[in-house]
Ligand binder design. Structure first.
Ligand code: F6R
Ligand code: MG
Ligand code: MG
Length: 373
């Protein structure tokens, strides 16, 4: 029986800056989803990571189902009303359009969906990241689905060993979805050549080559491509099916020990090491650090179990200490070089004005001679 998993998330306001949504805001989102979803949702789960609220839903509709998208939009509107009433910071921040037009894609919220032929046992993972953008998942996807140094299933399991097809999106192309399908292991170097540039090329989905089944779906929204100005980082969500024909849950989690440097952090304009955190963790140091949570679910006939909190385990305490040390080292050099994002990725317009303001004060060699004469 087919079931569709949809996760839609947005930043609609938070307590004390960009730290976390309020309990009342979450309640309003929860109530709207449970009331409005009675007729067509099988199940739903609502949680937060940093200042972002994620709504996970299961249903029998297709990917992009208008009722499901409208429900999430309405829930975020209800949450925004509470955010305004409580004076939360950035109320309705990610709701970039005034009226709903059938699908929340391109309206601000991040969306990852997959329609699956439910297996007799169906484990999947919900990743949600804050203070970073969708390219943050490039390296973990590459390592879990294409690198046997991390993912032993690629050499130990015949089905996993058939490899995976990566659909990679060029997120700089805003006129439409520009994608390429590349298969590991044959196209490994081409995949690596694209995924290294995490601001331009982003894993959109991954499929098993053994069965054609979908394994991964990532939200690929770039907010500043929609709004044309800074509105916050894109704070991506990702769904990953695990076990059997796919990498094991632990193989998908393994790359997150690296704490790789990602774009985001303070004012969406810096690099920081991505820290795996338990669910419902807020942000702190330097409006960060960039964080990622992972909830593991099992699903039967579309009904979810309670989530198992994958990064809430003693193993990750050591990882978090190491990841903090990485960010600390980079923060010590303030705005210099790789600590801050390149000019094209800076999300605050102020520096553009600053550079423009200096334009007339620059002199070329020739003018200098004239000026000196
Ligand atoms: C990053 C983020 C924060 C804000 C910062 C300044 O995603 O949301 O780092 O950029 O707190 O916020 P404003 O400019 O709204 O005062
Ligand atoms: Mg925010
Ligand atoms: Mg956020």
């Amino acid at each position: 029986m087919n079931v569709t998993l949809s996760v839609i998330k947005a930043d609609i306001g938070s307590v004390g800056g960009h730290i976390r949504p309020s309990a009342k805001l979450l309640e309003a989102v929860r109530e709207t989803v449970s009331e409005g979803g009675k007729r067509f949702l099988i199940d739903a789960y609502i949680g937060f990571t940093g200042d972002d609220v994620a709504i996970l839903m299961s249903h029998r509709g297709r990917v992009g189902d208008a009722r499901v998208h409208k429900l999430a939009w309405d829930a975020f509107l209800a949450g925004t009303e509470v955010a305004k009433a409580q004076g939360l910071y950035g109320a309705g921040q990610d709701l970039l359009k005034d009226s709903f037009s059938g699908n929340v894609k391109g309206m601000g919220p991040a969306v990852a969906e997959m329609e699956v032929e439910e297996r007799p046992n169906e484990p999947f993972l919900l990743f949600a990241a804050d203070k970073t953008d969708p390219g943050a998942y490039n390296l973990p996807c590459y390592l879990a689905f294409a690198d046997p140094m991390v993912s032993s299933g690629l050499i130990l399991s015949p089905k996993v060993g058939k490899g995976f097809t990566f659909r990679i999106m060029d997120v700089a192309h805003t006129e439409g979805d520009r994608v390429i399908d590349l298969s590991a292991p044959e196209d490994l170097y081409d995949i690596a050549a694209l995924l290294r540039d995490q601001e331009r090329f982003v894993v959109e989905s991954i499929r098993s080559r053994a069965t054609g089944e979908i394994a991964v779906s990532v939200s690929t929204t770039r907010l500043h491509n929609i709004a044309g100005k800074y509105t916050g980082k894109d704070d991506p969500v990702m769904l990953v099916r695990t076990q059997g024909n796919f990498p094991a849950t632990g193989e998908v989690l393994a790359p997150f020990t690296i704490g790789h440097f990602v774009a985001g952090f303070m004012r969406g304009s810096h690099h920081g090491a991505l820290m795996p955190v338990p669910r419902n963790t807020g942000t702190s140091f330097f409006d960060g650090p960039p964080i990622v949570s992972c909830l593991a679910f099992s699903v039967k006939n579309g009904k979810f179990t309670e989530p198992a909190d994958a990064f809430d385990h003693p193993y990750w305490e050591y990882v978090r200490t190491r990841v903090s040390a990485k960010s600390e080292e980079l923060r010590r050099q303030g705005f210099f070089g790789p600590a801050m994002l390149p000019y094209s990725e800076l999300e605050y317009g102020g520096i553009v004005d600053r550079l423009k303001g200096m334009e007339s004060r620059f002199r070329t060699g020739k003018e200098k001679e004239t000026a000196g004469a």
